[in-house]
Design a binder for this molecule. Structure first.
Ligand SMILES: C[S@@+](CC[C@H](N)C(=O)[O-])C[C@H]1O[C@@H](n2cnc3c(N)ncnc32)[C@H](O)[C@@H]1O
Length: 327
């Protein structure tokens, strides 16, 4: 259990910033005085020298910016650890050959609950928005962790999963029965599968279509599901719960997406659907609400004010919807 003092400790805060890929931190002179040589060593041990980050390194570009900034702060009041300079030089030499790197999302305050995701830092890569984690996925996962009872023993399907942060976090931290992540893009599906293998190392891969990994009664999997292709609807796929994060953004897919939601509601009238959105364009979002109503689907807005277990941007315009079939 992390105490309030530990939470406010500048070293712990720096470690969290490094894990979550945030280089917009600031340090005041009092904080800097606390980060002496030994504590700089402790920072290096907990981050770049840790087993996790050695196996799954963060972006070298991010490391470069972070370490340069940290060294600049420290130089004003401290002797800077040699290895901090050495790590900066290393980050400056290495370039990520492809666009991918690893991000480590800390759930709660202690470093023993981490979701590692292979992803890019770019919004669009190879024609898809699905190769990075979006804010709505952080928000949906945080909401799920605050409402774990809704997921208890459920068969969950995620639509438009992207690299899989929401589905993987929920499958790992809520007591679900099964969770299948889906998307329409081959490279996204390949990345989801890798991310499942990273976060569920003890699960065994089954020879199956869709790709499934099991551990006793628990299952996690990945499948192709394009909302425009009705033949992707597996007759046997009848989830208890459907989730989606940041899938309401393209006006041309609102109708096919609502069609998918309606199909699942008709197959299972007790189904619960939760969609988290960042509202970038009011017209597109309202278009989604209108399409839902026109397809006999009702919705309820769920209030989200503060992040609890997972950090997300509280200032953005956002919405989590609960969707059901009208009786
Ligand atoms: C903005 S990304 C969100 C990814 C992820 N849910 C997140 O929040 O990090 C939108 C996702 O929807 C997927 N998508 C777009 N059109 C789709 C379609 N017709 N069928 C299935 N998935 C689709 C994309 O491939 C992409 O992964």
């Amino acid at each position: 259990m992390t105490t309030e003092t530990e939470k406010c400790d500048p070293l712990n805060q720096l470690i969290h910033h490094f894990y979550s890929g945030n280089h917009s931190f600031s340090l005041n002179p009092e904080d800097i005085k606390k980060i002496d040589w030994n504590r700089q060593q402790a920072f290096l041990e907990a981050t770049v020298n840790s087993t996790l980050l050695k196996k799954y390194p963060v972006s070298s570009n991010f490391s470069k910016i972070f370490l340069k900034k940290l060294i600049e702060y420290l130089e004003s009041h401290q002797e800077v650890h040699d290895d901090l300079y050495a790590q900066l030089c290393l980050a400056m030499k290495v370039s990520n050959h492809n666009n991918f790197c690893y991000k480590h999302y800390v759930v709660g305050q202690s470093l023993d609950k981490i979701i590692t995701i292979k992803e890019t830092r770019n919004m669009v890569v190879n024609g898809t928005t699905g190769l990075k984690t979006w804010e709505a996925a952080l928000m949906l996962s945080d909401w799920a962790l605050c409402n774990k009872d809704l997921f208890l023993n459920k068969n969950v399907l995620e639509l438009g999963s992207g690299v899989g942060f929401a589905g993987i976090t929920i499958a790992k931290m809520c007591d679900i029965k099964s969770l299948v992540l889906s998307d329409c893009h081959d490279e996204v599906l390949k990345t989801i599968t890798e991310n499942i293998q990273i976060n569920f190392p003890s699960y065994e891969q089954k020879v199956s279509q869709p790709t499934l990994f099991t551990n006793g009664p628990k299952t996690i999997g990945a499948t192709m599901l394009d909302w425009n292709k009705v033949d992707h609807f597996n007759e046997h796929m009848v989830p208890d719960l459907v989730i989606g994060a940041d899938i309401v953004y393209d006006p041309s897919i609102l109708k096919p997406l609502c069609n998918v939601l309606q199909t699942f509601c008709i197959k299972n009238r007790d189904i619960d659907i939760y969609i988290a959105s960042v509202i970038r364009n009011e017209e597109t979002f309202n278009g989604f609400l209108e399409t839902l109503s026109s397809m006999n689907l009702k919705y309820e807005k769920i209030e989200m004010i503060k992040s609890v277990f997972i950090d997300w941007d509280e200032k953005i315009q956002k919405c989590v919807l609960k969707i059901k079939l009208n009786n």
